[in-house]
Design a protein around this ligand. Structure first.
Ligand code: FAD
Length: 416
């Protein structure tokens, strides 16, 4: 039997970061996963540390976006109608959280977390000797028409005024100067100046996991679903036998709801699936900034493994077979903007953004189950927020003063 203070279930960016913060506070920690660290959702994301991401990705209200989903012509969002009976309760709750008032509540609760994102990553990258992965320079959102861009600038001005998020507007000439290989048909771009990105989010996750182990943490292969209550604590079966602890953290990303269901706690955790593909580039083309094509919901980023194109939201059940239709739609649009070459992998990667209806994570005690803690539901921002929410939960578990009021993220909150 291995005895530790805390078991962390799930070695994605969220679980690894939580485990590190607990270790830093003098707790003995076992990090458990059925795979190697950072090989699921934390493997294939765009690697953007979105320190500016205050406003949540609410369900769209504009007719064009809605029609695109209804007619299945949208690249940004796609619905599996067959899955609708299963995901309808979550979708309805998500729609209820997409009102102006709810968006403002989520935005206010996002501020302390996103502000903490970069400092926490920088500190872990340094300790893990992995700062080579980090890239500055922000990112850009590109626009095909002046009207589209003007509309977004108004929103960005409001966000700057209310939440202090800086940005620059690049007209056609400035964009051409900064990104000579991007199509000159574009009207311009909005440059988000502060965010940073990494060239391989999985390698960063693995570097943090290696740091955890080098500082005395134990990484153990095992199935989280073997978790049982054991006297006043908890026990899970690891590859080399049982592991016991007084406290357990559920950081299973999109699988977190399965574990809580087994203990009679039902949380409205849905998923927004997404895909990626890597490409070579033609000739000597380079992209100096990661770019987001908001109209089509995809991101193109220079990654260690090639130019990584990640897609928008696919609404279906987590375990439905992959249907990379949005990638097929995004690819020609990306090629029209930037000279991509061959595909560099045989099949697209797929991941599932674990999403609660208000697009805030659940961080804190699981009601009625002493010693069980939650840290999941990081939606579009799990790479960004893992280290920041890991710190918050570690402060809660160890009884320290928390850097922000954790109540907006509590597990038993109501989704009005
Ligand atoms: C296409 C796409 C692009 C994205 N881009 C960005 C971005 O640029 N920036 C950003 O901040 N976020 C981005 N995200 C979101 C981000 O990837 C996720 O929010 C984040 O990875 C979630 O991390 P996690 O640790 O909660 O979950 P995961 O990384 O999925 O980790 C959960 C772990 O639990 C383990 N597990 C599950 N079940 C069991 C079990 N029974 N037993 C043992 N282990 C188990 C899994 O093996 C896995 O390792 C993107 C997501 C997608 C899909």
């Amino acid at each position: 039997m291995t005895d530790v203070d805390v078991i962390v279930l799930g070695a994605g960016m969220v679980g690894i970061s939580t485990a590190l913060h607990l270790l830093d506070r003098g707790r003995s920690v076992a990090l458990i996963d059925r795979r190697e660290p950072a090989e699921e959702t934390s493997y294939g994301n765009a690697g953007l540390i979105q320190s500016e991401a205050v406003i949540p990705y609410a369900l769209p209200h504009d007719i064009k976006a809605i029609l695109g989903v209804l007619t299945d012509t949208s690249t940004a969002a796609r619905m599996h109608w067959k899955a609708l009976p299963k995901i309808a309760p979550w979708l309805i709750a998500y729609a209820r959280q997409s009102t102006k008032g709810a968006i403002a509540r989520t935005a206010a609760a996002n501020v302390p977390l996103v502000r903490r994102a970069l400092p926490e990553h920088k500190s872990l990258l340094e300790r893990a000797d992995a700062t080579d992965h980090l890239r500055g320079g922000g990112y850009i959102r590109i626009y095909r028409t002046g009207a589209e861009m003007e509309h977004t600038i108004k929103v960005d001005e409001m966000v700057r005024e209310r939440y202090g998020v800086p940005f620059e507007v690049w007209d056609r000439d400035r964009l051409r100067k900064e990104e000579p290989f991007l199509s000159n048909s574009l009207a311009g771009a909005i440059h988000m100046t502060e965010p940073m990105s990494v060239d391989d989010p999985s390698e960063v996750g693995k570097a943090y996991a290696a740091l955890f182990q080098s500082e005395g943490g134990r990484f153990i292969k095992g199935d989280a679903m073997t978790l049982v209550q054991d006297g006043t604590g908890w026990r899970v079966t690891g590859a080399d036998g049982p592991v016991a602890a007084k406290d357990v953290v559920v950081a299973l990303g999109p699988w977190s709801g399965d574990l809580l269901d087994a203990f009679g706690v039902h949380v409205p955790l849905g998923v927004k699936r997404g895909y990626h593909m890597h490409y070579s580039v033609m000739g000597n083309a380079v992209l100096n900034h990661l770019f987001v094509d908001e109209a089509n919901g995809f991101v193109l980023t220079p990654n260690k493994r090639g130019y990584r194109l990640t897609t928008g939201a696919e609404f279906t059940s987590r375990d439905a077979p992959p249907t990379p239709v949005q990638l097929e739609r995004a690819e020609p649009k990306a090629r029209a903007l930037f000279p991509l070459g061959d595909r560099l992998q045989p099949t697209p990667w797929m991941g599932a953004r674990p999403s609660l209806p208000d697009l805030l994570p659940m961080i804190g005690k699981v009601p009625r189950l002493p010693g069980l803690w939650a840290n999941f539901g990081h939606h579009h921002l799990g790479f960004t927020l893992g280290p920041a929410t890991g710190r918050l939960l570690a402060e809660m578990i160890t009884g320290e003063a928390t850097y922000t009021d954790p109540s907006p993220y509590r597990v038993d909150r109501r989704f009005r």
